[in-house]
Design a binder for this molecule. Sequence first.
Ligand SMILES: Nc1ncnc2c1ncn2[C@@H]1O[C@H](COP(=O)(O)OP(=O)(O)OP(=O)(O)O)[C@@H](O)[C@H]1O
Ligand SMILES: [Mg+2]
Length: 208
Amino acid sequence: MKTIVFAASKGGVGKTTLCAALSSYASSASKKKKIAIVDLDPQGSLTAWWNQRQEERPELIEASAGNLSEMLEKAASAGYDYVFIDTPPGHMKTIETGISNADYVLVPCQPSPVDIAAIGDTLSAIEELGKPFAFVMNRVIARTRIGEQAILLLANHGKVAGVPVAQRTAFATAMTDGRSAPEVEGGKRAEEEIGALWKFLLSNLKTK
Ligand SMILES: Nc1ncnc2c1ncn2[C@@H]1O[C@H](COP(=O)(O)OP(=O)(O)OP(=O)(O)O)[C@@H](O)[C@H]1O
Ligand SMILES: [Mg+2]
């Protein structure tokens, strides 16, 4: 079983949105795999999304920072292939619990100097726990250079996932009815981006 953790101590960078999009994309792209999500954020946004969802996949595993390792062991015995974990902003202890259970950490980051300056805490935790990770550029606005500049800056700190995720209305609107951006009408581009992210993750999980 592989555990993928979305972590960024900064709020509002796209952890929950990308966790929902990637886990649901993986569920339809890899139909034979058992896939689940875990919501470690007490705000429960990912759980609220999942509760509205019509599709059965991904499944939801209820866990907290206190019992995460135990729940993941159970999930591994139950034959799950991939578990995607969303973490809260700010609460470093919970974020560290998530990271310490990760096979791979994805760190969403928006292309602004303020967001890039705020990655320090998350990066230190990942490095201290010795986990492989990559940044995912999120909410990149088309036809601006700030995205490219941000990628260059982030590349000084670690790997950056090849395809950035653009600012798209579909990412925001899809979350309101239990779907994710690749699943809604007008979500074709989002689907390509999330598909590329899934491919990136699969090859990085292999070479880890
Ligand atoms: N690629 C995108 N395009 C458009 N909107 C996006 C995109 N990614 C995220 N958003 C929007 O940005 C806001 C924050 O996203 P999200 O809740 O996923 O961030 P988060 O990191 O989980 O936040 P928190 O730290 O508060 O849990 C949401 O309103 C979401 O709809
Ligand atoms: Mg969130």
